[in-house]
Design a protein around this ligand. Sequence first.
Ligand code: C5P
Length: 312
Amino acid sequence: MLAVVPPPVTVRVPAKVNLHLSVGDVRPDGYHELVTVFQALSLTDEVTVAVTEDPGVEVYGEGEGSVPTGANNLAWKAAQALAAHVGKADGESKVRVVLRKGIPVAGGMAGGSADAAATLVGLASLWKLDISRDELAGIAAKLGSDVPFALYGGTALGTGRGEQLVPVLSRHTFHWVLAFDQRGLSTPRVFGELDRLREEGTPPRIGSHTPVVEALASGDPRQLALLLGNDLQAAAVSLRPGLRRTLRAGVNAGALAGTVSGSGPTCAFLCADAQSAVEVAAELSGAGVCRTVRVAHGPVPGARLVGGDDAP
Ligand code: C5P
């Protein structure tokens, strides 16, 4: 009897921006203790998973040439991890993973983590697994610090390595302009640069996350704009001094505030409303300080099946 091959499954998954990213000390495992407030943005990747006799990863779109397609690809590792978790033998877990990138590669917006989260959700559906999002988050946390957030989306407080999440009330849709840089930045390098700067001197540390959480609850972008903060920004700017110009150009173009997103080099500009974001994006495009400009809003949900129900 012929086995019925299930149809491919596509998942849409958001990028993140850190509204607040406070970096603590290095832990014995080499990671830094973090307190961060994430927001998921309408800038997305689409990931399609399909049963195949020819397993592998394909990448199309934004930065496709710089994404590894072998065993190093985080989406591929996610597929392996999920298969191992549910005890699927090699022969039963042959999949093709197709990544359509809208999120910049090595841009500080967790694009690789997003693809891993989407692969988990896609395969859970393709393989008809009875598995909750919380159980997927356990697998996600082992893949990378930002992978659990990409599963849930919304706005959340992350602690530990960033993988321990609690949702944060956000009463408003916030409007953002994103400036992609010419090249990516390596996350470990940026953390390493922060360690170096801290050994040399005392770059100022951002304060508590509480005011950011209060501003999100108030829904006032002007209040939130005053509070955006990222301890990694000094390190990203030290490695890529041109980001200073980009950050200035966004504010000169009319944004309320700008911040380096995560470990950079993408700069995220908070705008007063949707109309202002379009105007800031147009002006920033002409300023010659970045490769590409995008408009996005947040918060948006985490990894979701396209054209299907949302289980798990
Ligand atoms: O967890 P993930 O693989 O995304 O992290 C990438 C790198 O970023 C880590 O290898 C580490 O160098 C750095 N990192 C860190 N502390 C964190 C998260 C990431 O030092 N909390």
